[in-house]
Design a protein around this ligand. Structure first.
Ligand code: HAM
Length: 425
C-alpha cells in the first residue's frame, strides 16, 4: 500500500470544516485591517532563502527540500530550486520584482498556504505544514518604520485570536535591535561563551563559533544554567532601537494587550531586526508557538531591493487548529436537512425539494431511495442532520411535508412554502 510521505498528512472532514471556519474568520479580520491577498509560488530560486533567511540558520543548513532543475533545451539554464520553507522572503521578492515600492504606500499583504521543512516530525511539527502569513512593507516615507505598525500588527493578532476563540494565549515580546546592535551582542556572547562552551552540548559548541545568538535557542537542560548567566540583548540596543521598543510597549499598554518580555527569544531566521514576538498556547505541548514574527528592516536591501522596512508574522495553522481542538472545539454542524424519499418514484420529488431548499440557503442531503422509514431515520442520524423531511406520495400531493427535529423528537407538518423558514430556525 502506498502511504502519505513521512511528515505529511491528509486533512479530512470534519476537521477541514474547522480549518475552513478559521480561514474565513481570518480573511474577515484581514479585510477589516485593510490587508489584501498575495499568492506567491510554492517553489523559488534556492538563493532567495539562503540569502533571505540566512546561510547559518537551521532552515537553510538542514531543512530545505532542494533539487537541481535540469535545463530543457538550449534556452534554459540548470537551476537550484527549493520548496518554500517560509513566505516572507517570497513576498519581499514579489514586492521588489513588481516595483510595489513605487506605489509609495504601505503594502499590507497576506497569504495562506503550505510550507515545507525537513524537520523531525512530531505533534505540531510536520514537513508540509500550513501558514497564515501577513506582512506590512513599504518605503520609510510611508511610515513603515514606525512603532505604530508593530503595535497595530500585534493588536490585530490579539483580535484575530480572540475572534477564532483561542483562549489563554500568551504574547512573548523582544527586540533584537539593528544589525550593529547584534554584531556587538554577538561579540559579547562569544566572549562570555569562551570559558564555558566546552561544558555545553555539541550544537552549542558549533553555534558559539558560527552564530552565537542561536545558543539562546538551546533546549538541553544541562546548558540552561550557563545560558541564564549570558549577557542579555537589551543591554546592547542603541538609543533609537531602545526608544522604538519602548514606544511599541507603551502602545500595547494603551490598548490593554498583555505581554511578557523574553530576552532569550531570538527567532530562527536571520532577517529580523528590532521587534520580534511569538504567541504561545499551553495546549500544544513542546511545540508551543502558535505563531511567530517580527520586523525585517533590511531584508529588501539584502535581496538587492529598495529600502523597504517591514514587519510580519506567520501563524502555524496546523498548530492553531490543534490548540482549538485542545479546548474541545468541535467542527461545525453537518447538514440542516436530510430529505428522505419513500421509494424510487419519489426521487425526482426529493431532488426538486432539495433544489428549492438549497437555493434558499439550507444545506441539505438527499437520502437513498428506500421504502422503510426506519432506515431513513438511521441514515439521517448518521449524516448528523438536524431535521429529516419525509417525501412520500401523500406529502407531495398535499404540498405539505412531515418534518422531524432529530434532537428534540418534535414532528410537525409544514407547508412547502414555509419549509425553508422552518428549517432555518
Ligand atoms: P517561523 O517562526 O519559522 O516564522 O514559523 C511561524 C510559525 O509556523 C511557527 O510559530 C509555527 O506555528 C509554524 N511552524 C513552523 N514550522 C512548522 C512545522 N514544521 N510544522 C508545523 N508548524 C510549523 C516564519 O516562518 C516567518 N516567515 C514569520 C514571519 C513573517 N516573520 C515576519 N513575517
Amino acid at each position: 500500500m502506498i502511504k502519505a510521505v513521512r511528515g505529511t498528512r491528509d486533512l479530512l472532514p470534519p476537521d477541514t470544516d474547522l480549518w475552513n471556519r478559521v480561514e474565513a474568520q481570518v480573511r474577515d479580520v484581514f479585510a477589516r485591517y485593510n490587508y489584501h491577498e498575495i499568492r506567491t509560488p510554492i517553489f523559488e530560486d534556492t538563493q532567495l532563502f539562503s540569502r533571505g533567511v540566512g546561510e547559518e540558520t537551521d532552515i537553510v543548513t538542514k531543512e530545505m527540500f532542494t533539487w537541481e532543475d535540469k535545463a530543457r533545451g538550449q534556452s534554459e539554464k540548470a537551476q537550484s530550486l527549493t520548496l518554500r520553507p517560509e513566505n516572507t522572503a517570497g513576498v519581499v521578492r514579489a514586492y521588489i520584482e513588481h516595483g510595489l515600492d513605487k506605489k509609495g504606500t504601505l503594502q499590507k499583504l497576506y497569504c495562506i498556504g503550505p510550507m515545507f521543512r525537513r524537520e523531525r516530525p512530531q505533534k505540531g511539527r510536520y514537513r508540509q505544514f500550513y501558514q497564515i502569513d501577513a506582512e506590512i512593507i513599504g518605503p520609510p516615507s510611508a511610515g513603515s518604520e514606525s512603532p505604530l505598525r508593530d503595535a497595530e500588527l500585534l493588536e490585530m493578532l490579539a483580535t484575530l485570536l480572540d475572534e477564532v476563540e483561542l483562549h489563554d494565549w500568551q504574547l512573548q515580546l523582544n527586540s533584537v535591535g539593528c544589525a550593529e546592535d547584534r554584531a556587538r551582542y554577538n561579540q559579547a556572547l562569544r566572549e562570555a561563551l569562551q570559558p564555558v562552551v566546552h561544558l555545553m552540548c555539541a550544537d552549542c559548541q558549533r553555534r558559539a563559533e558560527t552564530n552565537p545568538l542561536r545558543v539562546l535557542d538551546c533546549k538541553v537542560p544541562e546548558d540552561q544554567p550557563i545560558i541564564e548567566k549570558l549577557p542579555k540583548i537589551g543591554q546592547y540596543l542603541d538609543e533609537p532601537c531602545r526608544a522604538h521598543f519602548a514606544a511599541v510597549q507603551s502602545m500595547l499598554n494603551a490598548v490593554g494587550i498583555a505581554y511578557t518580555i523574553n530576552e532569550r527569544m531570538v527567532r530562527g531566521l536571520d532577517y529580523y531586526t528590532r521587534t520580534t514576538f511569538e504567541f504561545t498556547h499551553g495546549g500544544l505541548g513542546a511545540q508551543s508557538a502558535v505563531l511567530g514574527g517580527g520586523r525585517y528592516d533590511g531584508l529588501s536591501e539584502s535581496l538587492d531591493g529598495p529600502k523597504a522596512p517591514g514587519i510580519g508574522f506567520a501563524i502555524g495553522e496546523d498548530r492553531l487548529i490543534l490548540a482549538l481542538q485542545s479546548q474541545g472545539e468541535k467542527p461545525a454542524e453537518k447538514v440542516q436537512a436530510y430529505i428522505a424519499p419513500l421509494g424510487a418514484g419519489m426521487n425526482r420529488h426529493a431532488l426538486k425539494l432539495a433544489r428549492e431548499l438549497r437555493r434558499a440557503g439550507i444545506s441539505a442531503d438527499i437520502g437513498d431511495e428506500t421504502f422503510r422509514l426506519k432506515k431513513s431515520f438511521e441514515s439521517a442520524e448518521k449524516a448528523g442532520a438536524r431535521f429529516i423531511v419525509i417525501v412520500g406520495e401523500n406529502e407531495v400531493a398535499a404540498e405539505q411535508f412531515a418534518v422531524k427535529n432529530l434532537a428534540s423528537g418534535e414532528q410537525v407538518q409544514v407547508p412547502r412554502a414555509d419549509l425553508a423558514a422552518h428549517l432555518q430556525r
